[in-house]
Structure formats: C-alpha cells, structure tokens
Design a protein around this ligand. Structure first.
Ligand code: DOR
Ligand code: ZN
Length: 360
C-alpha cells in the first residue's frame, strides 16, 4: 500500500440537486458520492428549484441538507436576475452561506444575469464569503474588472480556455483579489472527444481545444489556477438523451483518482494534488484551520477502471467510464468517525454539519 493522506478535502463546486430535483440526485445519494470520492465537505450551488436566492430558498435547502447530508457542507447563495436583495436581508443571508454565485452565462437553472447587474452584485456583496462567477468568453473580463474596480475578493469557477488563464494571470499580477478553479472534464477531455462522449460531453462551459487543455495544465502548475472543483452536476440518463441535452456531468467520485493519475503521469506533484483539493479550497473558502480528525486516505498504488456501477451518484453514468485511474479511496474520517471504508459509505443521513452556521 502506498497511502497519501488528505486533510479535510473540500469540493467547493457541486450541484447536489435534492428538493424538486431529487430525481436527478438527492442530498443523501450525492453526499454519499462525495464520501466515496474522498471528500469530507462540499459547497452546494444555488441553481436548484427552489433557487437559493432568498431566505425561503436558503431555509428550504438547509433544512433538507440538515436531514440528509452524510458529509459536511456549505451552501452558495445565488444572485437572482431580478436584482440585489435588500441590504438587511443580504447581510443576514451572507452570514449563513459560503459566498454568492453569479451566473454570467447561460446554463442550467435560469439564473443568468447581464454585465450591468454583475457590477451591481459585486459592488453590494457584504462578505465575509467569496463572490464566485460562472463566466465564459467576454464575461470573464467583465467579472475580473468588477472585482478590481470594487476591491472585492472573487473566485472564477471552472475556467476553460487559454485566454481565461492569461486574463486571470494578468489580473493576479496587478493585485486583483481573484482565485480560479478548473474541472477535471476540462483537464482530461477536449472538443475532439465529443463524438465518442455524446451527451456525456455536454456541459457548461463546453469542452475546449487541446491547446486550451494544455494551458489549463500549465495554469495549474504555475499557480494561476488555485483549485480543482468537480462541478458535479447529475442529470438522469433519459434527460441527457433528450433535446436539448441538459448541461452537466457527475464528478465527485472521479476527481481525486484522476488527479492522482495525473501525479503518476508526472503532470503535477502529489503535494500539488493535495493542495488543489484541500489546502487551497479551505483557505479560499474560509475553512482554515483544517479540522482535526477529518481526513482521507488514498492508496495511490492501486489502478482501477471507472465504471458507472462502481459509483454512488444516483445518475448512473459518467463521462470517465472505461478510464483506468491510479488512486483508490480507502478510508474517509470526519471528526474521528470513519464515514467511508473500502467501498462502503458508513455515515448515516444527517451526519454532516453545516460549516457556515454563523459565518463571520
Ligand atoms: O454543466 C453544467 N451543469 N454547468 C453549469 O454551470 C451548471 C450545471 C448544472 O447545474 O447542471
Ligand atoms: Zn456548476
């Protein structure tokens, strides 16, 4: 056995679904997937029905998560296309979430906002959490400029192009307080894989060219990109076969094994892999110091082949099916309790805690 220990692995970008989208996945099944994938905590995105954009939506989600989550969690507030919440409500909401997500490009959930709204949202966010954006093409620059103009701290989700990597690099060098994340599907696939992936290759942002992909790896090595986030977004296979094909792929159970495969191939070091899924996300999303008695053991000596049957996610498919990876999750421990061991999820529903109760 060749074990690597990751303290408090955190996936800051997941769509667990639940509530009115429980047929795609629910808080119990998808947090089981998180544990099986080696994560002790996840941050759930707001583009759900009901949307997590006001007090009611937040209460509904926190209540459902509280009853069902098997791992620790935080919740993203979402900016609503109708505008900024009244300041007193926003101040109250902001203390119960990890940050606010701005959808600056069309995707699942109908929360897209335009450039002028983006500026207003950035200006009015009180913190302490992070402003995060889904931005593609031109809107990457608009978000970065808004952060710089208002002196706010932000995170650019799932960057996907060489151009976005250089825009982030330039802003970082000028002192803009920005971090960036990348998804495994953008690191391991490119648009030339679309014919073989079919609906499994449909997500937002879409797959880029091979040179985009190489720029993402380079961005990871150079520290322009700070975290790896799965963007775990289950849809049923029937839905994926529909027209139009919904955007999104599951990723919670494949991200850490894929990263250790990249370590084996010499693309990144093992320390960098641990940094990308634990040290950096915990620092960026306000969860330092890393929690005692909360860790994952990965056996990096084991090679295995990803199949849909080997996964806990309720959607029953994965774009990584058939890929041979290095790195088997052996054990996951949260607050000294073993919650996953050798293929079995042991945490009951409701075991997980909200990491942002009264976030200051
Ligand atoms: O592919 C995606 N799926 N990208 C997103 O931005 C949203 C997500 C989803 O919720 O399905
Ligand atoms: Zn997402």
């Amino acid at each position: 056995m060749s074990l690597v220990r990751i303290v408090g692995a955190l996936d800051p970008h997941v769509h667990l679904r639940g509530m009115e989208w429980a047929h795609k996945g629910d808080f119990a099944t998808e947090t089981a997937a998180a544990l099986a994938g080696g994560y002790t905590a996840v941050l759930d995105m707001p583009n759900t029905p009901p949307a997590t954009t006001d007090s009611q939506g937040l209460e509904r989600k926190l209540e459902d998560l509280g009853r069902n989550a098997r791992c620790d969690y935080g919740v993203w507030l979402g900016a609503h296309p109708s505008g900024v919440r009244p300041p007193a409500e926003l101040a109250r909401l902001s203390r119960r979430v990890c940050g606010i997500k701005l959808y600056c490009g069309h995707t699942t959930g109908g929360l897209t906002i335009g450039p002028s709204q983006m500026d207003r949202q950035v200006a009015s966010w009180p913190g302490p959490g992070v402003l995060a954006a889904h931005a593609e093409g031109e809107s990457v620059g608009v978000f970065l400029a808004a952060l710089a103009r208002h002196g706010k701290r932000g995170h650019l989700c799932h960057i996907d192009t060489a151009r976005a990597v250089s825009e982030v690099a330039e802003h970082k060098s000028r002192g803009t307080k920005v971090t960036a994340g990348v998804c495994p599907h953008h690191l391991f696939f490119a648009d030339r894989d679309l014919p073989s992936l079919g609906p499994r290759g449909v997500m937002k942002p879409p797959l880029g060219t091979r040179s985009d992909r190489e720029a993402l790896w380079e961005g990871l090595r150079q520290g322009v990109i700070d975290v790896v986030e799965s963007d775990h977004a289950p849809h049923t296979w029937d839905e994926k076969l529909g027209v139009p094909t919904p955007f999104g792929v599951p990723g919670l159970e494949t991200t850490i094994p894929l990263l250790f495969t990249a370590v084996k191939e010499g693309r990144i070091t093992a320390d960098r892999a641990v940094d990308l899924v634990s040290v950096a996300p915990r620092r960026i999303f306000g969860l330092d110091p890393r929690p005692p008695g909360t860790y994952t053991l990965v056996d990096v000596g084991v090679r295995w082949t990803i199949t849909p049957e080997s996964l806990y996610t309720s959607c029953g498919w994965t774009p990584f099916s058939g890929m041979e990876v290095s790195g088997m999750i052996r054990r996951v421990v949260i607050r000294d309790t073993v919650v996953f061991e050798d293929g079995e999820v042991l945490a009951p529903k409701g075991f997980g805690s909200n990491l942002y109760d009264d976030f200051c």
